[in-house]
Design a protein around this ligand. Structure first.
Ligand SMILES: [Zn+2]
Length: 462
């Protein structure tokens, strides 16, 4: 049987991603849309992907057919320069001119690039413009430390975002209930997703039913499509990153028996088969009913702070996940180093900690902020001022820090390295301990003690 497009009834053949490729969807179905309608919907898939780009970049989602995480543009407050974030790492978008001097007919420029590749490309670009460029030296690799970066995100709250959600849900309905998706009764949702006619099909939902199982994947997306015999409706629920939840009511259809299909999607899986987990339920799991006011749940969540709390919780989980991944990578580097001489092992730990210097600097800032929030006595305030200097940024310098902050960072790195070495010798440097050292309380304590010691020593003895 030839499959027909759920919109126009013409033969299909266009390979459609069930879940948007940019959000980590890897599965396709050729029997849902014709080429034209697949094309017409690509804008909507793009909108939802753009709205969620920050989370994609933080978690390190690699879109289907892509080779790396798509970076997102942010602004570094200290330098005012545009930075790019991907995989929780930040790099400058453009090369920076550090100095520029004329020597006769030649201009000598000192520049900073984010990578060798960027430097090469820049040289080629200048040559293409007709400049005779000669590279006189490679310079050194310096890690630049950023303070606070800002990105503005709009989440699926606007009508286009909601339509994009409706379109994803509609595609899943067509996949699991192909006959239902083609019913004339559901013309309304098809008109809504395709032509933006009508409304009231999709809304934010912050109240998730208790009987739904936990998502199979960390940061997993979930799509539930179902038929509810009780009120004769076809419905869907969408959860993005297990955090942003929406309800969809496709319409009223003939239902013989309640049933539903739940699909959990792992945005971090690079390929099938373990990228999705799908199962049938013999009931209308997570059935939805239309609230009187479609924006009530969102409005309530915003005014109560629940919406912000959800986002904060997601961000917190991303930070923890990133730290776990980093700790695992470090442990891999030090596995089997017991046979190294103490000097060599020391060198290895030094390299590891300095390549994680941004993390150490984050611990320093954390200590400074913590101390500040608790300081009340005058001498404590004095220490706050000193701590401020210890973590001060200087966007004009090569590494983004003042000289004093750079010195403190070296001290902090050294202290952390020493602790890692000792823990390794004591046989207690496991995953958990490593996570704590590079981003937890024990790490902050070691770093804090190290940077506070020189400060406290500057006080005269009483
Ligand atoms: Zn069509």
């Amino acid at each position: 049987m030839t499959k027909t497009c759920i919109i126009c009834g013409e033969p299909t053949g266009s390979r459609e991603h069930l879940f948007p490729a940019a959000l980590g969807g890897r599965r396709t179905n050729k029997g849902i849309y014709c080429a034209d309608h697949n094309n017409e919907y690509s804008g909507l898939a793009g909108i939802i992907s753009a709205q969620l780009a920050l989370f994609n970049a933080l978690i390190g989602v690699v879109g289907d057919h892509a080779s790396e995480t798509k970076p997102i543009a942010m602004n570094d407050l200290a330098s005012g320069r545009e930075v790019e974030l991907s995989n929780s790492r930040i790099r400058f978008k453009d090369p920076k001119v550090i100095s520029q001097e004329a020597e006769g007919n030649t201009i000598v420029m000192k520049m900073a690039f984010s990578s060798r590749k960027e430097a090469k490309e820049w040289v080629l670009e200048q040559k293409a413009k007709g400049f005779d460029v000669q590279v006189t030296g490679q310079g050194q690799r310096i890690q630049y430390h950023v303070g606070t970066t800002h990105a503005r995100i709009t989440l699926g709250g606007n009508e286009e975002g909601l339509r994009a959600i409706g379109y994803i849900a509609q595609t899943f309905l067509a996949h699991f209930f192909p006959d239902v998706a083609r019913l004339p009764e559901l013309q309304g949702i098809r008109d809504y997703t395709l032509k933006n006619v009508g409304s009231g099909f999709v809304w934010w939902n912050f109240e998730t039913p208790d009987d739904l199982p936990v998502n199979k994947f960390p940061f997993g997306h979930r799509v539930i499509v179902g038929l509810n015999k009780e009120d004769g409706t076809a419905y869907a629920r969408l959860s993005l990153f297990s955090t942003l939840n929406f309800s969809v009511l496709f319409g009223t259809v003939p239902v013989k028996a309640s049933q539903s299909v739940i699909t959990d999607i792992d945005p971090l899986a690079k390929s099938p088969p373990n990228d999705v987990f799908s199962w049938n339920e013999g009931t209308a799991k997570g059935a939805v009913s239309k609230p009187e006011n479609l924006s009530a749940s969102l409005a309530e969540a915003i005014s109560s702070g629940n919406a912000q709390a959800r986002i904060n919780d997601l961000m917190q989980r991303i930070v923890e996940f990133e730290r776990q991944t980093a700790a695992r990578a470090i442990l891999r580097k030090i596995a089997g180093t017991a046979s190294l001489t103490e000097v060599d092992r020391d060198k290895l730990f030094s390299n590891i900690v300095s390549s994680e210097a941004q993390r150490v600097f984050r611990l320093m800032r954390y200590i400074a902020d913590e101390y500040k929030s608790k300081a009340t006595k005058p001498e404590e305030r004095l220490i706050c001022d000193l701590l401020d200097r210890v973590v001060a940024l200087d966007p004009r310098s090569a590494n983004g820090l003042t000289e004093e902050a750079s010195r403190s960072l070296v001290i902090a790195c050294e202290a952390l390295k020493k602790q890692m070495s000792e823990d390794f010798k004591a046989g207690i440097l496991d995953q958990d301990r490593m996570e704590m050292l590079i981003g937890g309380g024990p790490g902050a304590y070691i770093v804090g003690t190290a940077i506070l010691q020189p400060i406290i020593m500057t006080f005269p003895e009483r």
